[in-house]
Ligand binder design. Structure first.
Ligand code: PXP
Length: 251
């Protein structure tokens, strides 16, 4: 079974910083701590409204990180130019609406296929691994494959919300759809990632999908860091990922 990587999203370190308008806490410092605690990559989402990560953070992360940066962005010309200027290892294309609190759904690749194919072409040519953040619908997986994306990241937010609400029956149905999607994408030759809303309670079920190669986790880890520190919070997540993977491999 492939190794499961952990990408740590540090957006909400910037959220806390921006609440006071100063320079602290520093997202780069958090990213370096995450690296030391075993993160395989760092994810940062530069939103159009710059509500958390700012342009200067991307510069600092590109200059200061040893692990790869996964640059999350909307499919806009402004973001494409920024990505091409920095040349990050990976680019994850996400839908973005100003009024949303977080990335609430997957990208509708199927509805915007021709434009997205053109949009990602220069990023691919520049050597970035391009990922589409999508729901589990087969049409979205197939469209992502057709436009030449290397990776799909499956949106796990609904599964995690249903678990948090205690709605286990609906969560089981959602998990099964995610599992089918992971197998489908893998079978098409896409690398499979997953993320959004993952906590200690939900990580094991997702980490057990053999096709998933990377989980991207942010909000829960930054929150948990308040109680146990960022390094130990990440180490515990890593431990749970590895245990779930080992169990799935043995089973
Ligand atoms: N993956 C993608 C594509 C995202 O947009 C986000 C949230 O920015 C995450 C993963 C991480 O989600 P969370 O912060 O809920 O762990």
């Amino acid at each position: 079974m492939t190794k499961l990587r952990l990408g740590v999203n540090i957006d909400h370190v910037a959220t806390v910083r921006n609440a006071r308008g100063g320079a602290l806490p520093d997202p780069l410092r958090a990213a370096l701590l995450a690296e030391a605690a075993g993160a395989d990559g760092i994810t940062a989402h530069l939103r159009e409204d710059r509500r958390h990560i700012r342009d200067a953070d991307i510069e600092a992360l590109m200059a200061g990180l040893r692990v790869p940066l996964n640059f999350e962005m909307a499919a806009t010309e402004e973001m494409q130019a920024i990505a091409l200027r920095h040349g990050p290892h990976a680019v994850c294309i996400v839908p973005e609406r100003r009024e949303e609190r977080t990335t609430e759904g997957g990208l509708d690749v199927a509805a915007d296929e021709a434009r997205l194919a053109d949009f990602i072409a220069p990023l691919r040519e520049a050597g970035a691994r391009v990922s589409m953040f999508i729901g589990h619908e087969p049409a979205q997986i197939e469209a992502s494959h057709r436009i030449g994306a290397a990776v799909v990241e499956l949106h796990t937010g609904r599964y995690c919300d249903l678990m948090a609400e205690g709605n286990e029956d609906a969560a089981t149905v959602e998990l099964a759809a995610l599992k089918r999607a992971a197998a489908h994408a893998h079978q098409l030759g896409l690398e499979v990632h997953a993320g959004h809303g993952i906590s200690y309670d939900t990580v094991s079920a997702i980490a057990a999908f053999p096709q998933v190669e990377e989980l991207n986790i942010g909000h829960f880890l930054i929150g948990e860091a308040i109680f146990r520190g960022l390094g130990p919070a990440i180490e515990e997540m890593r431990r749970r990922m590895d245990a779930a993977r080992a169990l799935a491999g043995a089973g």
